[in-house]
Design a protein around this ligand. Structure first.
Ligand code: DOR
Ligand code: ZN
Length: 375
């Protein structure tokens, strides 16, 4: 008979976006609701979290909204960051520094551009010394008319940067975030255990066909080929300890994800009077609200044994980040015969007077096979 109860030691989401203002107030409590006890929070706010004091004041806001979740703060890598700030951040409890390639994703304008990663040598050396983690968004910016870089090859083309940073700073703890390709999996497997990778649930489920047919499936990096998805599934099936859960849960107001094109009025001669053009679709998939039941459901549909859940959602990430699970933080999930329909949307009031908005979760309207057993 199929397993009906799963015990998970204090699940850890090693990559989550919790935003600011009204959206932050909506989604922050969802981390706990989704079965997560500890979460590493991304710094791509507006303005980005570039200083230790900003990281710690943001952490305070999050803790006030969800006191029973253990949030780990991060900082955004910019060329203004100094070794002294690294020491200050580390002493204050900031866990890592996140690097964004410039212009590739949400709020990445302040990220790493053509100057490359060599300009950060002093900062990386200090991080290696104090043992702070470097989180890499592993893509190079698109340059379609130049070197031919585009969303489909952006991750494989980033891997030489990963190898070079690791070569220069062999003790630095590095996470290749939300890896999506067989090439990235192979690359990380060749490196020692101080270099790991996170995998999202949506990249275990989606391929490029989904990404090009719905804005709700658009995220960065985009989902790739079926063979890439197979490699992500296979490395988890193997129980490989260098690969663990980082949801990259990234909520956006639905109006930013699904911009409509409106033809307001057609003229009698068949022409068009006025057209509202859509804005580009925001990258990001929202999964926090049901994260652990969702991962279990996707494991089953991906033919990954449920015995692999505990390592993937808790042990491997916790070991790497250095936070042991407390026995009282165990999370139990149970199989539900009928399935539970995923909420179609969360409503919230936008900041200011911008009106009502919605966040649509991943797989909205579809069924989960698992639910959290309330303690
Ligand atoms: O899809 C994504 N959304 N990828 C990222 O790297 C950032 C994230 C966001 O903040 O929306
Ligand atoms: Zn992210």
């Amino acid at each position: 008979m199929a397993t009906s109860l799963l015990r998970l030691p204090s699940p850890f989401d090693a990559h989550v976006h919790l935003r600011q203002g009204a959206l932050m107030r909506l989604v922050t409590p969802h981390v706990q609701q989704g079965g997560i006890k500890m979460a590493y929070v991304m710094p791509n706010l507006v303005p980005p979290v570039t200083t230790p004091s900003h990281a710690l004041s943001y952490l305070k806001e999050l803790q006030a909204l969800s006191p029973n979740t253990h949030f780990l703060p991060s900082m955004y890598l910019t060329t203004n960051l100094t070794p002294a700030q690294i020491r200050e951040a580390h002493a204050g409890g900031v866990v890592g520094v996140k690097s964004y390639p410039r212009g590739v994703t949400t709020n990445s304008e302040g990220g790493v551009g053509m100057e490359g990663y060599g300009v950060f040598d002093e900062v990386f050396a200090e991080m290696e010394k104090v043992d702070m983690i470097l989180n890499l968004h592993g893509e190079v910016p698109s340059d379609v008319d130049g070197d031919g870089c585009c969303v489909l090859n952006a991750e494989p083309r980033f891997l030489p940067h990963l190898l070079e940073i690791h070569r220069k700073f062999p003790k630095l703890r590095i996470v290749l975030e939300h890896c999506t390709t067989a090439a990235a999996v192979e690359c990380v497997k060749t490196l020692p255990p101080n270099v790991c990778a996170t995998i999202t649930p949506h990249h275990l489920a989606l391929t490029i066909d989904h990404a090009v047919s719905s804005p709700l499936h658009f995220c960065k990096p985009v989902a790739k080929y079926p063979s890439d998805r197979a490699a992500l599934r296979a490395v988890i099936r193997e129980g490989h300890p260098q690969f663990f859960l980082g949801s990259d849960s990234a909520p956006h107001p639905s109006g930013n994800k699904m911009p409509t094109m409106k033809v307001l009025r057609s003229t009698l001669d068949g022409g068009i009077d006025e057209v509202t053009l859509p804005s580009p679709c925001a990258a990001g998939i929202y999964t926090s609200d049901n994260l652990i039941p969702l991962v279990a459901t996707i494991f089953e549909s991906s033919d990954i044994p449920l015995e692999r859940m505990s390592g993937f959602v808790s042990e491997f990430g916790r070991r790497f980040y250095g936070f042991a699970a407390k026995p009282e933080d165990e999370v139990v999930i149970r199989r539900i015969g009928e399935g539970k329909v995923i909420k179609k949307a969360y409503q919230f009031e936008r900041d200011g007077d911008a009106g009502r908005e919605y966040v649509v979760p991943f797989m909205a309207g579809e069924k989960l096979n698992w639910e959290i057993v309330e303690a």
